[in-house]
Write a protein that binds this ligand. Structure first.
Ligand code: NHX
Ligand code: ZN
Length: 683
């Protein structure tokens, strides 16, 4: 297989010449052919060769005393080897000569009829040769000549290629060729040659380049909301377009900006818009593209990326999901598997430091967890700006809806403001999903236009998952579920600070059997009272099962999980517990370098556990108390639920009367009744 080295140049040529569809299998085929040829020809380039010959010629060779040795192979043919000096002196042996002029391993092959016949002829020829030699010699010399030994034929046994382990050899070759093909295929996606992802481009960056020829048709107009982020990033575009304006005052152009925000908020979209807007080359790459299973590849890709970028400056490099490489170094010191990532990160840090700030390369990166990034990345001179891309607020959601509603055929009743109000906590991607899902639902219902109801069902579906009406639920179970959900509804109704209820359903959806949906107020901070009331309302489901049946179920799992986490956060993070104190064990830096566990003592740990229990216990008692006081209304609600399966704010209000501590207008304004929510979804 060492012939492979000879093949390499042709491989490279194939890579350069893309017109010929070069296939890796050709190489293997060729290699195999070469190998087989070498095996069967019994010789090769520069190796011993053989020439068929006649008895007449052999006879002559013997008589001229040119024969060095004769091998009789398998009693089938004779190999006649000629003395080296004869080969190089006599022209008739020219074809036996080697290029180096010193060695000679080629030979003649004489195929005799029978071995006896050959031996007889041979003896005779040798006798004749001796006789010829003795002509004119003294008797003593004659005797000497007659006594000198003649060239005796040596019998040898040779196995054929197949007998001689050739078959297993061939198998072995086939196997190794197969292995190589597999290995190549693993690393080689796409055609041979320079293309991205091929074997020969490990160290090349996989960055996608957008420039004048490859237009990006996203502009800032397509990015709804995100006004501050847009403004900030527009400045960066301006840096590239008119660098003079900034540098003339002595300012330095920043090197990089980090887009930080939860998934789906449009970080990548924003970067694309920059590309569309800036009219400079734009390299786009994902952080995970740097990571490969080969050592040093990440670093060399970073190098390659920056080299390309510098050639095209002014330009923008965009690295999506930078946390894939930018995670703080030395955090998981135990695994040791991070070395490669660290090398990549180090290279990135070096490159960012390496070019002058006025060289016109600006790096944008996106992540949803800026806090886990290595501090070295965030220091001034690297990603010195952080642009936070947050979940959209009401007005922004409205704008995003307007963008995504544009391509849809809408009915007149579609109310963008109402939709925006109904979707707190949705990201831009979620809203896009709602719009698309609504169109699909409308199509399934054979509608000509997408109606408001389709949108609301789409929202439900995205919040709660697919409806599963076919799930078989026994009447007893249905009763438990109804009481559980009615419990949530009742308790939250009676609490001052609980979120306003939107909808209660006992139609199984996704992983849950029923749900009570609230419309969380969009606020920046939450008070202790709000958290407390929320906890009580969440425990309302289990409390209802307890109060009504005196028997509890596993159904409250999700509720209890939520409550427990919230209570721990209140005690240990938000300093909301008197006993534990006004302190927080929260660690926003994400560096746990010095701690191998909790940052508090065993005693504090016990105290926290105790206080959490107390908190949840008292909330639970409160929920049960509310339900006991309103038992008649709870029963009514539960039966209504069992009847209708879906219940809205109005239904609860009809049973309970207006909320005791009605918060002004906000909730009433968006009563779902006017939006055609009365009917349960028929999906
Ligand atoms: C289940 N889910 O997975 C069912 C489908 C009280 C009517 N068994 O609180 O859906 O019961 O207000 C193993 C064992 C989840 C895995 C028990 C996963 C229990 C939602 C809880 C409504 N609405 N609970 C709610 C709900 C459930 C659960 C489990 C599990 C229920 C409740 C899940
Ligand atoms: Zn519940």
């Amino acid at each position: 297989m060492d012939k492979q080295t000879n093949q390499k140049p042709s491989l490279k040529n194939g890579g350069n010449n893309r017109k010929v569809r070069f296939n890796i299998y050709w190489v293997y085929g060729l290699l195999l052919l070469v190998f087989l040829y070498l095996q069967f020809s019994g010789g090769g380039f520069g190796g011993p060769r053989s020439f068929d010959t006649t008895w007449h010629a052999v006879d002559k060779m013997i008589k001229q005393d040119d024969v060095a040795k004769i091998l009789v192979v398998n009693n089938a043919f004779a190999e006649v080897y000629i003395k080296t000096e004869s080969v190089y002196q006599k022209p008739e042996y020219e074809k036996l000569r080697n290029a180096d002029g010193h060695t000679n391993s080629s030979y003649y092959v004489y195929k005799f009829l029978t071995i006896e016949d050959f031996q007889k002829k041979l003896e005779q020829a040798q006798q004749e040769a001796k006789m010829a030699d003795t002509v004119g010699k003294s008797p003593l010399q004659k005797q000497q000549i007659m006594q000198t030994p003649v060239v005796e034929p040596e019998p040898v046994v040779r196995k054929s290629f197949w007998e001689d382990g050739g078959f297993s050899m061939l198998l072995w070759i086939l196997f190794s060729v197969l292995m190589m093909v597999m290995i190549f295929r693993m690393f080689n996606r796409g055609p041979m040659g320079g293309g991205a992802g091929s074997v020969f481009s490990f160290g090349k960056s996989k960055a996608q380049l957008y420039d004048k020829d490859t237009r990006v048709n996203v502009t800032f107009k397509d990015v709804a909301g995100l006004d501050e982020a847009k403004e900030e990033i527009m400045e960066i575009v301006d840096f590239l377009k008119n660098p003079k304006r900034y540098t003339s005052l002595g300012g330095k152009i920043p090197k990089g900006a980090l887009l930080v925000g939860p998934p789906g908020t449009g970080k990548t979209l924003l970067a694309k818009a920059v590309a569309g807007e800036a009219q400079v080359p734009f390299f786009s790459m994902s952080g995970s593209d740097f990571v490969e299973m080969f050592v040093g590849v990440g670093a060399s890709r970073v190098r390659d990326l920056f080299r390309n970028a510098k050639e095209k400056a002014p330009c923008i490099i965009f690295i999506d999901e930078i946390d894939a490489i930018g995670r703080a170094r030395g955090k998981n010191a135990f695994t040791g598997a991070n070395d490669e990532r660290e090398n990549t990160l180090n290279q990135l840090l070096t490159e960012m430091d390496g070019f002058g700030s006025n060289s016109g390369v600006i790096i944008l990166a996106a992540t949803n967890r800026a806090e886990i990034l290595d501090k070295a990345l965030l220091r001034a001179g690297r990603f010195d700006r952080q642009i936070s891309v947050d979940l959209p607020e009401m007005e922004e959601r409205k704008a995003i809806f307007n963008v995504h509603l544009k391509p849809l055929k809408l009915a007149k009743d579609v109310d963008v403001v109402f939709l925006a109000k109904q979707t707190p906590g949705f990201s831009g991607a979620d809203i896009a999903n709602v719009c698309n899902e609504a169109a699909l639902i409308a199509a399934r219902r054979n509608k000509k236009e997408v109606e408001m109801k389709d949108f609301l069902d789409a929202v439900d579906r995205i919040v709660g998952g697919l409806e599963r009406r076919s799930k078989i639920i026994s009447p007893e179970e249905k009763k438990v579920i109804a009481y559980h959900e009615a419990g949530h509804a009742s308790v939250s109704w009676m609490l001052r600070y609980a979120n306003p209820l939107v909808k209660v359903t006992i139609v199984p959806r996704g992983k849950s059997l029923g749900a009570a949906w609230y419309l969380p107020e969009e606020r920046q901070i939450t008070t202790l009272e709000q958290m407390h009331d929320e906890m009580v309302a969440t425990l309302g489901g289990r409390a209802s099962e307890d109060v009504v049946f005196g028997r509890i179920s596993t159904g409250a799992l999700n509720d209890l999980e939520k409550v427990t986490k919230q209570a721990y956060a209140m005690v240990a993070y938000f300093g909301m517990n008197k006993e534990v104190g006004t302190l927080s064990y929260y660690d926003s830096t994400g560096e746990q370098e010095y701690s191998f566990g909790k940052p508090y003592s065993e005693k504090t740990s016990e105290l926290i556990d105790k206080e959490v229990r107390k908190m949840i216990d008292s909330a639970y008692e409160e929920a049960k108390e509310i339900l006991r006081m309103n038992r008649d209304k709870l029963d009514k609600l539960a039966h209504l639920l069992m009847d209708k399966e879906v219940m809205f704010r109005e239904d609860v209000e009809a049973v309970f009367g207006p909320r005791p501590f009605s918060t002004e207008g906000a909730a009433e304004e968006m009563s779902p009744g006017e939006a055609g929510l009365e009917q349960p979804s028929d999906l």
